[in-house]
Design a protein around this ligand. Structure first.
Ligand code: SF4
Ligand code: SF4
Ligand code: F3S
Length: 367
């Protein structure tokens, strides 16, 4: 092996200097260090200004000296949606991030090992990288009934979290469940679910909420820590300012309609078809801090409001109990049949009603 640095690892993997610099450029863009011009397919942009060049040099230097960052990823009361979303990150891709900048020492869903084998490997990694690893937590932690609702390898989530947190250099709570309690904490909170910051108070914790969160926000925070050993600037809810400093409403493409007082009143009226503001259908964009309206999802393709869905406020505490558009919409949901109700439950009902509305809109359009 050439050396222990991130660049050393990349060289051993056969990455050329040009591709290395391209990766540095992607990292600069991902961390929001400067607004990079679009990259050409073959590498860096043809022209770079002074600030962009300096930022890339800065990142390249860090990659040439910093070792790869060990990561231990724990999952508790979650749906694995946050991990799933991360596999859609495109800047840099999860593949390049995992292979080049981080070493994921433990992740239940991504690991080939299972049972006692994976638990033993996790213990060994925690010893080997004590004080160096970043602990990533996905899912909330149950504390009721002696914390018995979630146990892995015979130990409760609370015990596992506290043990891993003790030796971590920093902690990232990914998703609303671990940041604020998320769906498991919604009323009546049967497991007395808690967030990471409810239980860990003596270590820096970065919250990256969302359900799931924008993957680029996670990529930026962890790349920043891997390269410079410090966490980015946070807001009062421990969210990185670069991504949660403005509301969805601040940058929403429907904002001109809001200002003009043009609102959709049902999901299939003329306003909805014309792309008018969804505020009167319960949109929480004005009180939700997140970067969806600018970064968007799936390589910048779209985000909920662009796809005719009011913002639910998924990056804010207690958003499920806030009701989102399910409580705020002006048109009442259609009453479901008993069979549907029995099988699907409340969430299924809302989706069913949404599909019915879409079908109706299509029928109207056809007419
Ligand atoms: Fe799943 Fe949402 Fe919780 Fe992430 S925040 S684990 S996507 S329920
Ligand atoms: Fe604001 Fe929502 Fe209207 Fe967009 S759709 S302008 S976020 S209220
Ligand atoms: Fe969540 Fe609202 Fe963005 S629901 S994904 S914060 S538009």
């Amino acid at each position: 092996m050439t050396d222990d640095s991130i660049y050393g690892h990349m060289k051993d993997e056969g990455v050329s200097r040009r591709d290395f610099l391209k990766m540095c450029g992607l990292a600069v863009g991902a961390m929001g260090m400067t607004s990079m011009p679009p990259l050409e397919a073959s590498g860096l942009p043809a022209t770079l200004n002074h600030v962009e060049k300096k930022s890339i040099d800065h990142v390249a230097k860090a990659m040439e000296t910093q070792p790869r960052l060990p990561v231990i990823w724990l999952e508790f009361q979650d749906c694995t949606g946050c991990s799933e979303a991360l596999t859609r990150a495109n800047a840099p891709t999860l593949g390049s991030l995992v292979l080049d900048t981080l070493t994921i020492e433990h992740h239940e869903a991504l690991s080939a090992a299972a049972g006692f084998q994976i638990e033993e490997a996790k213990q060994q990694a925690m010893e080997k990288y004590a004080g160096q690893y970043v602990l990533v937590v996905e899912g909330s932690i149950p504390t009721g009934e002696h914390a018995a609702y979630c146990a892995i390898g015979g130990r409760t989530a609370e015990v596992i979290l506290k043990e891993a947190a003790e030796k971590a250099a920093a902690i990232i709570a990914i998703g609303n469940c671990s940041s604020f309690g998320g769906l498991p904490k919604a009323s009546p909170n049967p497991t007395t679910a808690a967030s990471v910051t409810d239980l860990i108070t003596d270590k820096p914790v970065v919250n990256i909420p969302g359900c799931p969160p924008i993957p680029e926000a996670f990529v930026a925070v962890i790349t920043h820590f891997a390269l410079f050993g410090v966490l980015p600037e946070l807001d009062k809810l421990n969210r990185p300012m670069a991504f949660y400093g403005k509301t969805v409403h601040d940058r929403c493409l429907r904002r001109p309609f809001y200002e003009a007082g043009k609102f959709a009143l049902t999901f299939d009226d003329e306003g909805a078809r014309e792309g008018w503001c969804l505020y009167k259908l319960g949109c929480k964009g004005p009180t939700t801090y997140n970067a969806c309206a600018s970064i968007r999802w799936d390589s910048g393709l779209s985000f909920p409001v662009q796809s005719n869905h009011p913002c639910l406020g998924c990056s804010e505490p207690d958003f499920w109990d806030g009701g989102g558009f399910y409580q705020g919409q002006s048109a009442p949901l259609q009453k479901p049949s008993m069979t549907t109700a029995g099988v699907a439950g409340a969430a299924g009902l809302a989706i069913g009603a949404g599909m019915a509305a879409t079908a109706k809109a299509k029928k109207e359009n056809k007419k």
